[in-house]
Every structure is written in structure tokens, then in C-alpha cells.
Design a protein around this ligand. Structure first.
Ligand code: ADP
Length: 216
């Protein structure tokens, strides 16, 4: 069964179409990059994949469950269990330390696991930094916190929106390495929205989004 199946998805604001006829599927463990001009709707599409945004036509299914058939609560629970997110602006919570940030998805699922957090921190190169506050970290380290947090609950799907966009090229390459290595290790599928040709070149498949659809 596909991790993600999108069929004929369309989204508009008022009379303005953002995208239409978007059909794609992502297999378990697959790494798909989505590229396209600024404003074409890449972030919006990523949010639709997690049921964080609404659409006008078509359907989105996560592991065979049609998001359109679920209540808001059921959709939030499915997202919490099966999806991880990494954003360009990190979105690490400033008042929680590194270990608390990484452990948050487990807390929300009622399954705290300090040992899993510690081993995830070493896996992403943050060993010994669990007690630090985010303000004491570099951009590259903050994004490693976000990657660890996105995968700690072993979701089947990781959605990443320009995760290296705020990083210098050397740091960006290392963070992408960590993101890919951890995603593969956890067997998760990865959908990466990016402007970076270097990042897209590493994907199993590159999809080009434009206003009238999406194609290889
Ligand atoms: P991308 O990620 O490809 O740069 P976005 O998904 O951020 O594109 O935005 C897609 C389009 O939707 C843009 O043209 C943007 O201006 C428009 N848009 C986003 N949010 C809203 C909104 N709340 N109301 C109207 N238009 C919006």
C-alpha cells in the first residue's frame, strides 16, 4: 500500500487556482523531491498531504486512509502518529530544552521515552546537548533537533519544507545527509520541497509542480 496517494487534487483561493489536477503517490521508504517556481503552491501541497490545509477537489490518503473522510480530531491523531515535519525556520520551541523538544511527539502520544530521545540525539550528531536551550545552538544544530523530533515517533512519512534553506551550503549538505540517513534508517518515506538542485539530485524521484499539475 502507498504511504501517500493524492488524486486529482485542486486548491484555490477565491477565484484564483493555486494548483489543479495534482496526482501522485509515494511508496513506503521512497524519497520524492518536489520542485517548482516560488508561489506555485509547494508549501500548500505539503500542508494538504498532512491534512493541515484544505482542498477544493480531489483526495489525499495516508496509508490508505482518505483524510477527507475523517473528523478534525481523527485527522490530527493520524497526523500525530504517522507524519513528521521539518520546516525551513526550524520551529523548535524556545522554552524547552533540546531533549524536551525531541521528546515532544512521544509526550503527545502518551509514550515518553528518554532513552529513545538520547539515542536519537546521538544518531543526529547532538550527543550530550540534550539539556541545552535552542538559543545555545547553531542553525545546523537546530535543524538536527527538528529532524530528530520529526522521526522520534517513527512516522511512515516525513514532510520537509525547504529544510536547508536557512543554512550555508556546507552545513546544508551535512544536514541533508543526516535527514536522508535517519529517514532511511527509520524506513520512512520522505517528501522534500526544495529549491536546491543538489538536494533534488539525491531524491529517488523529482516531481515538478506547476499551476496545471505535477509531472516527472
Ligand atoms: P510555494 O511554496 O510554491 O512558494 P505557497 O504554497 O507558499 O507556494 O503559495 C502558493 C500560492 O498561494 C501563492 O501564490 C500564495 O500567494 C497563495 N496563498 C497562500 N496562502 C494564501 C491565503 N491565505 N490567501 C490567498 N492566497 C494565498
Amino acid at each position: 500500500m502507498n504511504t501517500l496517494t493524492i488524486d486529482q487534487l485542486s486548491k484555490r483561493y477565491g477565484n484564483t487556482a493555486v494548483f489543479s489536477n495534482v496526482t501522485l503517490s509515494v511508496a513506503p521508504g521512497e524519497f520524492v523531491a518536489i520542485v517548482g517556481e516560488s508561489g506555485v503552491g509547494k508549501s500548500t501541497l505539503l500542508n494538504c498531504m498532512a491534512g493541515l490545509d484544505s482542498w477544493d477537489n480531489g483526495s489525499v490518503a495516508l496509508s490508505g486512509t482518505d483524510l477527507g473522510t475523517l473528523s478534525d480530531d481523527a485527522r490530527a491523531l493520524l497526523r500525530r502518529q504517522h507524519v513528521g515535519f521539518v520546516f525551513q525556520a526550524f520551529h523548535v520551541l524556545p522554552h524547552l530544552d533540546v531533549a524536551q523538544n525531541v521528546g515532544l511527539p512521544l509526550m503527545l502520544l502518551g509514550k515518553p521515552d528518554p532513552q529513545a530521545v538520547a539515542s536519537m540525539l546521538s544518531a543526529v550528531g547532538l550527543e550530550g546537548l540534550g539539556a541545552r536551550l535552542p538559543q545555545q545552538l547553531s542553525g545546523g544544530q537546530l535543524q538536527r533537533v527538528a529532524i530528530a523530533r520529526a522521526l522520534i515517533h517513527r512516522p511512515g512519512l516525513l514532510l520537509a519544507d525547504e529544510p536547508t534553506g536557512n543554512l550555508d551550503p556546507t552545513t546544508a549538505a551535512k544536514v541533508l545527509d543526516a535527514l536522508m540517513a535517519q529517514t532511511r534508517q527509520h524506513g520512512a518515506a520522505l517528501v522534500l520541497v526544495t529549491h536546491s538542485e543538489a538536494a533534488a539530485a539525491r531524491a529517488d524521484r523529482v516531481l515538478h509542480l506547476s499551476s496545471d499539475g505535477i509531472r516527472d
